[in-house]
Design a protein around this ligand. Structure first.
Ligand SMILES: [Zn+2]
Length: 175
């Protein structure tokens, strides 16, 4: 299955990220996405810039997050940031999604290249699909998801119901 092989590549990439910050999936703790965004990203990429914008400034409040390759910037709505800090699933997924765009679709610095360069993702998958898959894989380790209920996944990893269902199905079909 073509889509599976792409997801397995993402899986390998994420194992490197998890190892980098000593995140152990089997401990079943939410991935520290805000810490990763604020502390780890600037260490890995000196040019990385995080912009927290007033809700009204993000294109009439419609955009939750945005990634701008030309300025190495991730922009987030103020409420998205605050809610992610509080552990809201939707907002944590939004941040994971933007980090996915950043890592998968940029010419990244060498420190990042060691994480992502071995795993070029075929162009037939859209950038949006890739960012979504990245967020799901990053926040919901499949080794755990396959033995948990959707509700347990949502509560344990602080993610959305949609993402929990999707990752659980995928995990069950992966041996
Ligand atoms: Zn996107």
């Amino acid at each position: 299955m073509l889509s599976l092989s792409v997801e397995m590549k993402l899986g390998h990439m994420l194992k490197k990220i998890w190892r980098l910050i000593d995140y152990v999936p089997s401990k079943r703790k939410p991935f520290p996405i805000v810490v990763f965004l604020e502390i780890v990203m600037p260490i890995l990429d000196k040019k990385f810039t995080l912009e927290i914008n007033e809700d009204d400034d993000m294109e009439s409040g419609m955009l939750h997050g945005n990634t701008i390759p030309s300025t190495n910037t991730i922009q987030l709505k103020n409420t998205v940031y605050d809610n992610a800090v509080d552990g809201n699933g939707m907002d944590r997924m939004t941040i994971g999604h933007e980090i996915g765009h950043y890592l998968l679709h940029f010419d990244v610095e060498p420190q990042f290249a060691s994480i992502v360069s071995d795993y070029s993702i075929p162009a037939y998958k859209s950038a949006e699909w890739q960012a979504k898959a990245f967020a799901g894989e990053l926040l919901i380790p499949y080794t755990e998801a396959r033995n948990m209920s959707v509700k347990e996944i949502m509560e344990t990893f602080q993610v959305t119901e949609d993402a929990a269902k999707y990752q659980r199905e995928k995990a069950k079909n992966t041996c």
